[in-house]
Structure formats: structure tokens, C-alpha cells
Design a protein around this ligand. Structure first.
Ligand code: FBP
Length: 558
């Protein structure tokens, strides 16, 4: 692998640990807090997790390390979508493990959870791991989306652990992966395998967040990367003054990524899916809302602008949701073959017209033909429409164009409207981690090993007080069961970590709400530029606006 100058320089960066972990391994002791209970459905969660429920919150403090001196063989797994900083979690884990005992071993299961099931692994050594310090990506061992959830999988996992003498597994993943980590921990405990399980909170989506986890890693870097690109586009728009840019950003269901990018770049429009759902907005009302901004700007001679669209927004539009479920019904079973045999789009269109309710057909008829076709061609293995593949940035620009044409005819709009489209997702998932993510991730990994060393299982590595400098961060652990409740998934009641959507009464959304009317009309763009790794701390060590607002470090006036 050819190493670039930036990569070379980043390899030398020494991530910052929370103050309490900085005194050397021999000086890390445990402070146990209160016993915990789950955020809801306590009786049910307790019944499902008899061995791991109700454990105490843990904080590490400076003091004599009293953990048991035994050889540890730890297996680590990267699970799900890539997020910047994953390599540093592994590096932090490795460094703590080796600092504790040179004989300790770290195994990396390759390609996600399936690596554990297939016994496909590598053993880390200094030479290998040193190439990955402070780099983006998950290529150190690869990632995958296999879910560890069945009893049979757990049995195989137990056998693989036994074969290698594995004493603990660290799962680096999102809400689902950490839910599965808790279930695996319970299984291992119930079977007396002696294998501990620790989770680490990962996802660029920012939706693994609760009273205990202030943010998931990767969110900081990914949103800074997208914001740099959005800022560049804003500057281009403000230079050429001839395009409206519609930018879809990743984030799955929640709009945390879109909202954070809006806070950083002050675009004319940012849709927030959670608000769309709350207000039960229709496609036309959203198009009208954007068109109002286009018109108001056109009146000032500003025939350009930027609109941010969260990846999952269409699923939050009630009428669109109904349309999707009717399409899924319409093509269920053999009806899909019948549909696919039809030659022309005209024939297919009549098939659709006959199968959908009047209300859904009205919505369908509103869509540009390319999107109509996407709804029927892009299907998942179960035959369902893949909503995440819908080009909603094109959908909304087409709907806005229709609306503007109507207004032009009515004489209420005289501007020009030409749209450009972008989708930012993969551009940010493997970026070099910001200093924040490099430090946070290294701390999560280091901390995860301390939890293992002190014998804990079913815990999430927890580093908090993140809006302060790293010296003041607080390291510890929280039983995963504390974050759980029961939700209906695929027709069954399941214990899961609650996914965090954007809170409409939370400080980040309120800040956006207080400023967006001005941003919609004026050119209030801000250009964050590239992530800075070197330079003054107020430039290089900034957290996200989301975290700053949530923790009261930024006010409405800022
Ligand atoms: P995780 O939830 O696993 O962290 O993945 C997040 C994400 O980046 C989403 O934002 C996006 O919808 C999804 O992954 C895309 O993943 P894939 O490329 O596997 O479809």
C-alpha cells in the first residue's frame, strides 16, 4: 500500500485519552455506580436477560488497578456500515491489551460478524496495526452486515471462541449490532462459557444516542466531510448564480446528518424527516415549501440556492408510505412475474393504475417517470421497494419545477430554475477521522479493554462529557440492557436499543427552526472547509454543532 504524506503524518498522531485513563494501566481503577434498569419494559427485559440485567454503571478513576491478572484473548468485529474512526477503536483496544500484558492476543474476525461464524480471522501485531492508526475505513479487517441473532449462530460463536481460547468479544456496531451484542453476552453468560462481550457505539447516522451515549463515532467526521462538500457547492452556487442544488445526504431514517450539515452550512432549505412526519406533510406541501424559497429568492434576483434532503425522508411522508406498501402488495408473490412480463411502460402503467387505490394513484401520478420506474425496478430480495435507493433529490427538484411552472403561468413567479443533483454518503464514511473521532474512538477501544479486564460483560464502552476537551472526558461502561425497550420488529416483540430520531424539541432542531426562515431567503451560506488536523485547537478540536447545542456550549445567538 502506497502511503500518502497526510497518511504518514496521521500515523504519527497520538490520540488523546480521557484524563482518567492517562496515568498508565496500573493506575486505572473502577468506581461502580448505581444498579441500572432498562429505559422501559423493565419486567420483560429482566426476564429476557436474567444474567446480565440490572448491572451497575461503571466509571474508571485514577487508582490502583485491581483487575485479575490473566491472559486475555480478545476477538474484535466491525459490524455494519463504515464509520470514520473504526480503526482507532481497534488500535486503542490493542494498545490497552498489550500494555496490560504483552502475552495478550487480539484477533480480528474478518468481514463482520460472519468472520466469527466462519472462523475467519487474523492476529494483530505491531507492524500490521501501526499502518492503520488514525486512518479512515474498516479495511483493517473488513465489515459486514450478517446479524448475530440466532441460537444456532451463538453456538457456533461459542465453539469458535473455545477453539481459540477467546476470553472476550468486542462488537463495534450500531444499535442493532449492540442489541445483538447484549443477546450474545446473555447467551455466553447463561452457558457459562466465560466469554465476555463488550459493544462500541458506531454509526455515521448519529441515531445511536441516548442518556448514556452522547454520540456514536463517525458522525463527527462524516458530517464535517459532507459539510465541506456542501460548503463548496454553496460557494459555487453563489459564484455562478445559476443553479439550485438538491443534495441528498445519508443517514438512513433519522435526519441527524442532514440537520448537522445544515447547522454547519446554513443552506436555503433543509428537510427534516421527523418534522415531515409530525406535520404529516404531503409531497406537494414539501414542494410548495421549497418553491416558496425559490420564489422569494428569485424576487431578489437570486436564482440559485441549496437544499439538503435527508436520505430517508420519503418514508416519513404519510401518503408516500401508503403508496410504497400498496406497491409491495401489488407485486407480492406471482404478481411480480405477471408485471415483469409486460413489455411496454404503458402496459405496466395500466397494471399499476388498476392495482393502486385512487389516493395512491394520485401520488404516483405526481412523480416524475424516472422515479415511478425506480419504484418498480429497484426491489430487495423480499420483493419490497428499496426506499433508500429512491433518488429523492431528483424527486423534489422535479416536483418543485412543476410547482414553479404553475406559478409562472399564474404570473406569480418570473425567475429561472435549473437544478443540479448530488448524493453524499460514501464520500464521508471512510474519511480520515477528525481529531475528535480519532480521540473518541481510541478512547472507546482502550476503555473497552479495561471493561474486559475488570470482568464486565454485556456493557457498552462509554465515553462522555464529549463537548469538553478530551482531558475532561469521562470513561466507563453502561450495561446495554439499560438502553433497551421492547419494540415490534417483523411481527414479533423484540428487546432492542431504542433508535434516536431528531427531537423536535431538542436544541439542535430549535436552533435550525429559529434561523431557517432567514436562510431560506437570504444567502447566509457558511463554508466550513476541510477537516483540520493541525493548528489552533478552536479550529481542529471542534465538536459537532449538534453536540455543542445539546450540551449548552452554543446558544441561539451564536
Ligand atoms: P450503519 O447503520 O450500519 O452504521 O450504516 C449506516 C449507513 O451509512 C446509512 O447511512 C446508509 O443508509 C447505509 O449505511 C448504507 O449501507 P449500504 O451501503 O450497506 O447499503
Amino acid at each position: 500500500m502506497k502511503i500518502t504524506p497526510l497518511q504518514q503524518a496521521r500515523l504519527q498522531y497520538q490520540p488523546k485519552l480521557p484524563g482518567m485513563l492517562r496515568n498508565g494501566i496500573k493506575q486505572i481503577s473502577v468506581l461502580e455506580g448505581e444498579a441500572t434498569c432498562s429505559v422501559a419494559d423493565q419486567a420483560k427485559i429482566k426476564e429476557l436477560f436474567p444474567n446480565t440485567y440490572g448491572k451497575k454503571e461503571i466509571t474508571f478513576v485514577k487508582g490502583e488497578n485491581t483487575s485479575e491478572a490473566k491472559k486475555q484473548v480478545v476477538g474484535v468485529i466491525l459490524s455494519g456500515g463504515q464509520a470514520p474512526g473504526g480503526h482507532n477503536v481497534v488500535c486503542g483496544l490493542y494498545d490497552a491489551l498489550k500494555a496490560t500484558n504483552k502475552e495478550n492476543v487480539l484477533l480480528g474476525f474478518k468481514g463482520g460478524p460472519s468472520g466469527l461464524l466462519n472462523d475467519d480471522y487474523l492476529e494483530f501485531d505491531d507492524e500490521y496495526i501501526d499502518q492503520f492508526r488514525n486512518t479512515g475505513g474498516f479495511d483493517i479487517i473488513g465489515s459486514g452486515r450478517t446479524k448475530l441473532e440466532t441460537e444456532q449462530q451463538f453456538e457456533v460463536a461459542a465453539q469458535v471462541c473455545k477453539k481459540h481460547g477467546v476470553t472476550a468479544i468486542v462488537i463495534i456496531g450500531g444499535d442493532d449490532s449492540n442489541t445483538n451484542a447484549a443477546v450474545l453476552a446473555e447467551y455466553f453468560a447463561a452457558k457459562n462459557t466465560g466469554v465476555q462481550v463488550i459493544g462500541c457505539p458506531k454509526t455515521i447516522d448519529g441515531d445511536l444516542k441516548n442518556d448514556d451515549i452522547e454520540c456514536s463515532f463517525g458522525f463527527d467526521t462524516a458530517t464535517k466531510t459532507y459539510s465541506e462538500l456542501i460548503g463548496n457547492i454553496e460557494r459555487d452556487a453563489n459564484s455562478a448564480k445559476k443553479y439550485w442544488h438538491f443534495i441528498k445526504v445519508m443517514g438512513r431514517s433519522a435526519s441527524h446528518v442532514a440537520l448537522e450539515c445544515a447547522l454547519q452550512t446554513q443552506p436555503n432549505i433543509c428537510l427534516v424527516s421527523e418534522e415531515v412526519a409530525e406535520k404529516k406533510m404531503s409531497l406537494s406541501s414539501i414542494a410548495n415549501y421549497i418553491a416558496d424559497s425559490v420564489c422569494a429568492r428569485a424576487e431578489r434576483g437570486l436564482n440559485f440556492g441549496v437544499a439538503i434532503i435527508p436520505e430517508g425522508v420519503v418514508e416519513f411522508v404519510p401518503e408516500f408510505k401508503t403508496l410504497i406498501s400498496e406497491i409491495n402488495e401489488l407485486l407480492a408473490g406471482s404478481k411480480a412475474d405477471e408485471f415483469n412480463k409486460l413489455d411496454s411502460w404503458t402496459e405496466k402503467y395500466s397494471f399499476i393504475e388498476n392495482g393502486l387505490s385512487k389516493a395512491s394513484m394520485d401520488v404516483f401520478a405526481l412523480l416524475p417517470q424516472s422515479i415511478q420506474q425506480q419504484l418498480f425496478f429497484e426491489r430487495d430480495p423480499h420483493g419490497n421497494v428499496q426506499v433508500s435507493l429512491i433518488e429523492s433529490e431528483k424527486l423534489f427538484s422535479a416536483l418543485v419545477k412543476n410547482e414553479l411552472d404553475k406559478r409562472k403561468e399564474a404570473g406569480t413567479y418570473k425567475g429561472k430554475f435549473t437544478a443540479q443533483h448530488h448524493f453524499f454518503g460514501y464520500e464521508g464514511r471512510c474519511a480520515f477521522p477528525s481529531n475528535f473521532d480519532a480521540d473518541y474512538c481510541y478512547s472507546l477501544g482502550y476503555n473497552a479493554f479495561m471493561l474486559i479486564q475488570y470482568g464486565y460483560t454485556g456493557y457498552l464502552s462509554k465515553v462522555s462529557n464529549l463537548s469538553q476537551p478530551a482531558q475532561q472526558w469521562v470513561a466507563g461502561g453502561m450495561p446495554i440492557t439499560k438502553m433497551m425497550n421492547i419494540e415490534r420488529r417483523h411481527g414479533e416483540d423484540k428487546p432492542v436499543i431504542r433508535k434516536a430520531l431528531v427531537e423536535l424539541d431538542g436544541a439542535p432542531f430549535k436552533y435550525f427552526q429559529a434561523h431557517r426562515d432567514i436562510w431560506a431567503v437570504e444567502t447566509a451560506f457558511t463554508y466550513p472547509g476541510a477537516i483540520q488536523y493541525y493548528g489552533p485547537t478552536e479550529v481542529c478540536d471542534l465538536t459537532t454543532r449538534t453536540l455543542a447545542l445539546e450540551k449548552g456550549k452554543m446558544t441561539m445567538q451564536d
